[in-house]
Design a protein around this ligand. Structure first.
Ligand SMILES: NC(=O)c1ccc[n+]([C@@H]2O[C@H](COP(=O)([O-])OP(=O)(O)OC[C@H]3O[C@@H](n4cnc5c(N)ncnc54)[C@H](OP(=O)(O)O)[C@@H]3O)[C@@H](O)[C@H]2O)c1
Length: 395
């Protein structure tokens, strides 16, 4: 990497790409120029001069004057190709693509080792919240026990509007989120928890030195929620949130992205709308919570911008926990407290270790109790799209 001003080749000029273009014109102190922007759709009108635009990625990847590639496209397979080629050309890379990073991390780690060029991705997790760098740097010496976060703004928006009674049903809340641009026309990646699971694996790598695949995360989305579940949560002085949770226990960690009853005593219970928050529990600092916008054009671009300023300073992730080879393994055989609303048959079949509440009413039946996470995951209630399964978090 040269110490010259950053000459940026940008892939993607959508929500985040345009946000970056604008924040770069407004920031002080970063000498950077967007030299070329590669997009896909030749018919689309662009709000910038056409001489910067290209439809041929080689015009960026093979241009020796471009020293940084910023990858902001919405296709993780093609993004992998871009990132590999850019790094092999000695260009530093910034990406916001959580699916790319979560699903291809072993190859991306090898590529960083092989090429020695920086690959930074702060915007991939928690949007504007500087969580990856904090895990890399600030928490390096403290003993981290738990990372617990709301890392998907779409589901948090839907759940917030359901619980504030501004929507009468899940479908109504989803339609409202789509109309306001908080949810995509195909919301599956958000509502079924895939997006949050990608971020869970990225947090596990930087927080605990564990390289996991998103399929290692015990994941379930929010689409089964009913007004009945919201009422129960309110009676239990809790809010329902989609929570990503990485908990260390001895020499193992469990990875979860599940709806959760979150006690109103917790910081996370008060995170509303499309916001994100990540709470860290450590030995020395105790509990700390980072809060901010988890998505959106300028907030996400602000994290990309911050990565660019680090590239200028030749920063790379050290992956210290990974390199220290902490010996932590993934283990989902942990005991968790859960709320399950399901059919009588499914509830009877669940291997509860203890039962705190077994509620039977005309409007539905649910059990709150404890069981092993892996056994919950293998149950018929867990597989049933109409059953609602949530962690029951009391602290
Ligand atoms: N939106 C957010 O708030 C947010 C937050 C955090 C992270 N992210 C991540 O940031 C990335 C970008 O998201 P976005 O919301 O900005 O997406 P977007 O608005 O859908 O824009 C995607 C851009 O990628 C371009 N593109 C797609 N395939 C391409 C290809 N093969 N070659 C060149 N360009 C291609 C599109 O080109 P055309 O313009 O020609 O269609 C478009 O400009 C994604 O990885 C996303 O997960 C987004």
């Amino acid at each position: 990497m040269s110490t010259q001003p950053l000459r940026i080749g940008l892939f993607g000029f959508g929500v985040v790409g345009q946000g970056l273009y604008h924040v770069l014109t407004q920031t002080d102190g970063l000498q950077a120029e967007v030299v070329r922007i590669c997009v896909k759709d030749t018919a689309k009108q662009r709000p910038i001069a056409s001489d910067v635009i290209t439809y041929n990625g080689d015009e960026i990847l093979l241009d020796p004057s471009i020293n940084v590639v910023v990858e902001l496209i919405n296709d993780s397979d093609f993004a992998f190709d871009i990132v590999c080629r850019a790094m092999r050309q000695g260009k530093a890379v910034v990406s916001a693509n959580k699916k790319l990073i979560a699903t291809r991390l072993p190859e991306l780690l090898a590529l960083q080792h092989e090429t020695g060029v920086p690959f930074l991705y702060e915007a991939s997790t928690g949007g504007s919240i500087p969580i990856i760098r904090n895990l890399e740097e600030y928490y390096d010496t403290d003993h981290l026990h738990r990372i617990e976060g709301i890392v998907n703004g779409t589901t948090n928006y839907i759940l917030s509007s359901l619980q504030a009674s501004t929507s009468s049903s899940y479908q109504d809340a989803l339609s409202q989120a789509q109309a306001l641009g908080f949810a995509e026309s195909d919301p599956t990646s958000d509502t079924e928890g895939f997006d949050a699971a990608y971020k869970t694996t990225i947090l596990a790598t930087h927080g605990f030195g564990v390289v996991a695949h998103p399929s290692d995360v015990v994941r379930r989305g929010i689409s089964a929620i009913r007004g009945f579940d919201v009422d129960v949560a309110q009676r239990h002085w809790s809010s329902i949130k989609l929570v990503s949770r990485i908990v260390r226990s001895g020499n193992s960690v469990s990875l979860v992205t599940l709806p959760a009853f979150v006690s109103r005593k917790s910081h996370l219970a008060h995170v509303s709308g499309a916001n994100n928050a990540i709470a860290l529990t450590t030995d020395f600092a105790d509990v700390q919570c980072l809060f901010g916008k988890g998505a959106g054009s300028r907030p996400t671009a602000s994290a990309v911008l911050s990565d660019l300023s680090l590239i200028r300073d030749k920063y790379r992730y050290a992956y210290r926990r990974l390199r220290r080879s902490s010996g932590l393994t993934l283990d989902q055989r942990v005991t968790v407290s859960v709320y399950v609303r399901a059919s009588d048959e499914q509830l009877e079949a669940l291997p509860f270790l203890s039962v705190q509440t077994d509620h039977r009413g005309v409007e539905g039946r649910y059990i709150i109790g404890s069981m092993r996470l892996d056994e919950l995951q293998q149950s018929t209630a867990y597989a049933d799209r109409d059953a609602f399964v949530a962690l029951y978090l009391e602290d």
